[in-house]
Design a protein around this ligand. Structure first.
Ligand code: TIH
Ligand code: FE2
Length: 321
């Protein structure tokens, strides 16, 4: 692997799993893919040969993106445009009463700026939008990254983002993240300053942690930014990206179970990744989500502390033990 000594002049030097220290390291992310199709091998996304070839075509383009340079645009087919348009309008309609205000507010803003109602947006335009709003940036990737790479990138305010579109015959639910999930689900969250900062904090915590804590952070990411809910005027609303990007998930949201979020309990909870969620975890407010995650972060045992230096754009180590 890429195990590395954490260089520091002080006393003992701990050896921790490799993590990106600066922008140059971020460029090398995106190589380790974990593609898990076992539970869903009959989904058209995995069985339709023509679809798979198109996916490959787009994957090759995404793979070429060097972080920091222009993200290559994709010439979306009529079928892909139709899938986007159709599902986007249903998501907007179904999502309105069920999703949190802070998510909807940011979606409405970017929807107008980039014309979501009319056309599949290009990642390069989204990247420019996010940079201006919160300083978050996009690296195009061709599939699911390892949990470590995905979370580590967040430490640099980088969101690794797919570019292909889900299968046209089954737009309600995609078993893998696709452009619709990334753009409709995640981008409005990264456009929110507090959520962008929280995402970066989770990313920084993930850098150099041992596997067990990495997977706990990944689980907490799942139960918050991916599928989290919070109360708004006494009503539970979804804010997670995976709820907002799937009409299947939105339909399920009414009838699912809810449990109060407690990171110290839920970090070790298992969850399905290829069917709608049986249970959503909620907080009393979004501030509570932030507080809870911070408390959990402080409890993690790491042999060093890390902070992001915004001037030099790199992670720096503190308090090496
Ligand atoms: N199920 C989501 C959707 O249909 O938009 C996509 C995913 C979220 C998390 C894993 S796959
Ligand atoms: Fe996601």
């Amino acid at each position: 692997g890429r195990d590395e000594v954490l260089t520091n002049k002080n006393s003992k030097i701990p050896i921790v799993p490799w993590f990106p220290r600066d922008e140059n390291d971020v460029k090398s992310l995106g190589l380790l893919m974990v593609v898990n199709e076992e539970n869903n091998q009959y989904h058209p996304q995995f069985t339709d040969q023509e679809y798979r070839e198109r996916r490959e075509q787009i994957a090759k383009i995404s793979e070429q993106h060097v972080f920091g340079q222009k993200i290559p645009s994709i010439d979306y087919t009529q079928q892909e445009e139709a899938t986007w348009k159709k599902i986007y309008s249903i998501l907007r309609e179904k999502g309105n009463p069920l999703l949190a205000k802070r998510y909807l507010k940011n979606l409405e803003k970017i929807e107008k700026a980039l014309g979501f109602k009319y056309k599949v947006p290009q990642l390069n335009d989204i990247d420019a939008y996010l940079r201006a709003e919160t300083g978050f940036r996009i690296k195009a990737t061709h599939g699911i990254l390892s949990q470590r790479e995905f979370l580590n990138a967040l430490a640099h305010r980088v969101f690794c983002c797919t570019q292909y579109i889900r299968h046209h015959a089954y737009p309600e639910y995609s078993p893998e993240p696709d452009l619709i999930h990334e753009v409709v689900g995640h981008i409005p969250l990264f456009a929110d300053k507090e959520i962008a900062d929280l995402s970066q904090e989770i990313g920084i915590l993930s850098c150099g942690v041992e596997q067990k804590d990495l997977s706990r952070l990944g689980t907490l990411y799942w139960f918050t930014l991916e599928f989290g809910a919070c109360k708004e005027n006494g009503q539970i609303k979804g804010y997670g990206a995976g709820i907002a990007s799937s009409t299947g998930e939105l339909d399920n949201f009414h009838i699912a179970n809810y449990e109060k979020f407690d990171p110290f309990i839920h970090a070790d909870r298992t969850y399905p990744t290829q069917i709608v969620q049986p249970t959503y975890l909620y907080c009393e407010s979004f501030d509570e989500v932030i507080q809870e995650l911070r408390m959990f972060g402080q409890s993690l045992q790491k042999p060093f502390g890390l902070y992001y230096d915004f001037v030099e754009k790199e992670l720096k180590a503190t308090k090496v033990i």
